[in-house]
Design a protein around this ligand. Sequence first.
Ligand code: PNW
Length: 445
Amino acid sequence: MAQFPSGFVWGAATASYQIEGAVHEDGRGASIWDTFAHTPGKVKQGDTGDVACDHYHRFREDVALMRDLGLNAYRFSVAWPRVQPDGRGRVNAAGLAFYDRLVDELLAAGLQPWATLFHWDLPQALEDRGGWLARDTAHRFEEYAYVVGERLADRVTGFMTLNEPFIHFLLGHALGTHAPGHTLGLHAFPAAHHQLLGHGLAVRALREAGANMVGIANNYAPVWPAGDRDADLEAMGRVDALHNHLFTDPLIRGEYPALALDVVRGTDAALLDVIQPGDLTVMAAPLDFLGVNYYQPDYVRAGAGPLGVELGRIPDREYTASSWPVVPEGLTQTLTGLKARYGETCPPLYVTESGCSVRDVVGPDGRVRDDFRIRYHEAHVDAVRDAITQGAEVRGYFVWSLLDNFEWAEGFSQRFGLVHVDYATQARTPKDSYRWFQTFLKDQG
Ligand code: PNW
């Protein structure tokens, strides 16, 4: 079987609000997820990230787990409200110092630090001024990016500006199931535009601060047909434009996909007024890599939804505990599809998230028998290998996630980790999948 290219990056990924806890410590300001999780009815069981995995205090133990696993990289996110409690201006030295300690600990353990600047925990103070619906937030993000870059760029291997701006746009601003909870439908378009603008401004700021590997982590899904009428194919095109092209074409081609603009214009032509001259040039700042977060295809037919779209359940598949189908070939399609669409201008790709939720329990013998997850990652690693064989330039694979953690609106009910977390005691238990990955990496040499 073909080997992975030398220097291939094998990592695990997490995000600040999902693991850190310590929400009131060392001068951290409130984020929109603090507000949202503390609003009754928004998160299952009333769970919050107040304590989460207590990673803020246990990061040394968590880094040791990764070192022992044999990973060579770790993708974490920086909590903006720790660095700038008010989202602008004043920098909180104690907050920044946490990431400084984390990065040093990673380097000492032989792990490359990969930092995401925004994984959805916007400072509440900025939300109060309009959040991503306001153009100013893009400029505040630029300022924050420079602060983090100045402090960490000498040691961080790769920076990702945003995590999944599409999901933050869709669930946070269009549908309202994530913070900040807006239910604007396509009237949320400014939140897409301003995230993309913020991305471009942050790329520039990071480079000025000395960063030399800069990218983004996007969520991608190949669009599969759930019907074959003309209307179904048209519905697929709209989904592809919004989910996959809207957040990538501007970065690589310096233009919005025409179909996405049509859909937004059809909702309200005035929404497009947020696009100012020069914005797309800013967005198209050259990227060193593209991060690919992959979970499942969009299975689409025409229907009565707002986009004229209905999402279906792919038949004859295994399903994860979060009811997502297991479709490894969708990852191959995503990676080769990016290469096909952008050709020579396609940046090198890293799978920045891949993983599944399983109903894991610690057995009486202390083992967590998550064979489902082992098979999941075996199949998805093979899918990456297939994509490389077919000409995609893929340089890394990050498992989502290192630890079981706060799965947003699902709270702690969904476990994605290679390491089990008992939230009552904060005990970490490496699962069978952790041991599998350890052996796999040894075999890779
Ligand atoms: C990603 N969807 O979120 C995030 O980057 C992680 O923080 C999260 O824990 C992980 O995937 C697992 O969910 C997503 O509805 C949330 O398709 C929702 C969707 C996709 C990704």
